[in-house]
Design a protein around this ligand. Structure first.
Ligand code: G3H
Ligand code: 13P
Ligand code: ZN
Length: 310
């Protein structure tokens, strides 16, 4: 079995090649299998990310062993990454517990405190071959342990980026340019601040940028969900064309979770409505897995540009 990859070489190749690696959230076996089978078929490197909520739900040990099992089925590079690590302790526990990459998200803290905590995580992780992502600026929406009201959301200040990157030694940086977590990202027309992204990338040439909250929330998926009893009026995501543009730039990692949740939920709703007599979990989790796999394959091939890069 090959070892977990960290993000170092993958991001260098993605930066130079003008594509992005997909980072997909894992919460159970079916989601993991769908992502890994999609990556395997597309020959795409993958970042499998685990939030605090996922660790609580599925438990750390199970998630690590499930990912190890997945790695027996494929030779594509796989990163096991902590999503939105809240403090040094949770990052340490993932570094010690077999992850190859961690995110320390101290973005809600004052700038100097964010630097201090990020630096502490970087020192601990780098000594153990683990790469680190940090965040500067605040995304709108609800994150694990990071509650930011839309009105308080602030985009990343380019003036802080160079100092942050140099002072912390971090391997990649999540920035806020208008994306947000969940299915309701924009009230009006979708808009991302590409000028800000451009300014930031010029200040730190060659440095990998990360985009969180990058689900597209395709209308077809929302309609499918609603058709079978879901209630998602007004759900709106980041258009695929904007993600293609980001993937060609300094953005090397694009985070997607909501689209997988929508595909899974729409499919399960459909099975329950069309076959109310069904109670074998494999009869709804199996089709849900297929639906997630199709979503991931489309992202890898048609949006992120990372198919064939494994
Ligand atoms: O950042 C948000 C991800 O979608 C993870 O969500 O905290 O509900 O697991 P979660
Ligand atoms: P979405 O909610 O847009 O899928 O974003 C997921 C994410 O950023 C996980 O960190
Ligand atoms: Zn996120």
């Amino acid at each position: 079995m090959s070892k977990l990859a960290n993000t170092k070489d993958l991001f260098k190749k993605a930066y130079d090649g003008g594509y992005a690696i997909g980072a997909f959230n894992v919460n159970n076996m079916e989601i993991l299998q769908a992502i890994v089978d999609a990556g395997h078929e597309e020959r795409a490197p993958l970042i499998l990310q685990v939030s605090a909520g996922a660790r609580k739900y599925a438990r750390h040990e199970y998630l690590v062993k499930l990912v190890e099992a997945a790695m027996l089925t494929t030779d594509i590079p796989i990163v096991l990454h902590l999503d939105h690590g809240e403090d040094f302790e949770v990052c340490k526990s993932c570094v010690d517990g077999g992850f190859s990459s961690v995110m320390i998200d101290a973005s809600a803290k004052p700038f100097q405190e964010n630097i201090k905590i990020t630096k502490q995580v970087v020192e601990y992780a780098h000594a153990r071959g683990v790469t680190v992502e940090a965040e500067l600026g605040k995304l709108a929406g609800v994150e694990d342990a990071v509650n930011v009201k839309a009105e308080d959301a602030t985009y990343t200040d380019p003036a802080q980026v160079k100092e942050f990157v140099e002072a912390t030694g971090v391997d990649s940086l999540a920035i806020a340019i208008g994306t947000s977590h969940g299915a309701f990202k924009f009230k009006g027309d979708p808009k991302l601040d590409f000028a800000r992204l451009d300014t930031i990338s010029k200040l730190v040439p060659g440095f990998p940028i990360v985009l969180h909250g990058a689900s597209s929330v395709p209308q077809a998926l929302v309609d499918e969900c609603n058709k079978y009893g879901g209630k998602l009026p007004g759900a709106k995501g980041v258009p695929e064309e904007m993600l293609r543009q980001a993937a060609r730039s300094a953005v090397c990692k694009i985070n997607i979770d909501t689209d997988l949740r929508l595909a899974m939920t729409a499919t399960i709703r459909k099975v329950f409505v069309e076959k109310p007599e069904e109670f074998d979990p494999r009869k709804y989790l199996g089709p849900a897995r297929d639906a997630i796999k199709a979503v991931v394959k489309n992202k890898l091939k048609n949006v992120l540009g990372c198919s064939g890069k494994a």
